[in-house]
Design a protein around this ligand. Structure first.
Ligand code: PLP
Length: 326
């Protein structure tokens, strides 16, 4: 069975974003950031709340090794590595591609190495190849007498999503009158958990292109979590920020990153939180989010990934402003 463990100090801060609110034509007190980028483990991010449940499950089963999968720049993999380090568990991360294909070996990979995780490169192939490779790694560890525990892609399962029921309930204490929570949708567990706490009406997801059917993924986890049937069609999921695809920088996202950075000093990442902010800005323009409605941007983290994203690094560095001494 599962017992939740503590991997951070809660609650995370809820901070107003008055300059951004004003720039978007909202009231100064309308826009807030729930700072889940500041969760105190391994560089922070939304995966920490899920790991409190999934790693709790691993410990309850007597596991000695955590195994998980994701892209080479996976924030979830990095935080699994950190959780393993904190708890004295071995960690094996199963990534697609080869060491050579992992551009520059920067960003999250730097931290995976620092936390002492082992990496298995699964080569190129269908996404199912990756899942199979993770099963194979577990099988090998068992043959060697180990007790592996497989955490699913993105840490998302109905168990992991419970972390965001916790997060949603925490937010309700901080801002009971919250009308919208805007969140990036990757594997979908974060949005599912928030729905568990806040209901379908108040959660606005922004699809990042990581899965093919985001609303179905979220509805699946939310159904398992709440024990009632959740209809994909009843969910608020924007799909207009995917652009050229998962992980590919697009102009509205870079613009949203600049807006948050220059108006609030908040760093977003090009894959997830920048897309969520671009979706929030568009939702205000569309009238889906209006003046007078308390709106929370769930800052899900991702800063290390920014430094592993060559395209974004290049665009930011070439935009550096000079200062002329006279
Ligand atoms: C994984 C991730 C998300 C998406 O969370 P899911 O629960 O997978 O939908 C959002 N932002 C960041 C920074 C992430 O790493």
């Amino acid at each position: 069975m599962s017992g939740k463990i503590a991997l951070s100090t809660w609650p995370t801060p809820l901070e107003p974003m008055p300059r951004l609110a004003r720039a978007l034509g909202l009231g100064e007190g309308d826009l807030w950031a729930k700072r889940d980028d500041l969760t105190g483990l391994g560089g922070g991010g939304n995966k920490v709340r899920k790991l409190e449940w999934t790693v709790g499950g691993a410990l309850a089963e007597g596991a000695d090794t955590l195994v998980t999968t994701g892209a080479a720049q996976s924030n979830h993999a990095r935080l699994t590595a950190a959780a393993g380090a904190r708890l004295g568990l071995d960690v094996v991360l199963v990534f697609p591609g080869t060491p050579e294909s992992a551009t520059g070996g920067s960003g999250n990979l730097v931290l995976d190495g620092l936390f002492g995780a082992r990496i298995f490169w699964a080569g190129d192939g269908e996404p199912s190849t990756l899942a199979q490779a993770a099963e194979d790694v577990c099988e090998q560890l068992r043959r060697e007498g180990g007790r592996p525990y497989l955490i699913p892609f993105g840490g998302s399962s109905s168990l992991g999503a419970r972390g965001y029921v916790d997060g949603g309930n925490e937010l309700l204490v901080q801002l009971p009158e919250v009308r919208h929570v805007v969140v990036a949708v990757g594997s979908g567990g974060t949005m599912a958990g928030l729905i568990g706490a806040l209901g379908e009406e108040r959660v606005l997801g922004v699809h990042c292109g990581a899965v093919s059917e985001p609303a179905s993924a979220v509805a699946g986890f939310a159904g398992g979590l709440t024990g009632r049937s959740v209809t994909p069609g009843a969910l608020r999921v924007r799909t207009d920020q995917v652009g050229a695809g998962y992980g590919v920088l697009n102009e509205p996202v870079l613009e949203a990153m600049r807006t948050a950075a220059t108006l609030e000093g908040i760093v977003l990442d090009p894959v997830y939180s920048g897309r969520a902010m671009a979706g929030l800005i568009q939702a205000v323009r569309d009238g889906d989010v209006r003046r007078g409605e308390r709106t929370v941007f769930l800052h899900s983290g991702g800063l290390p990934g920014l430094f592993g994203h060559a395209q974004t690094v290049h665009r930011c560095v070439t935009a550096l402003h000079g200062f002329k001494a006279v």
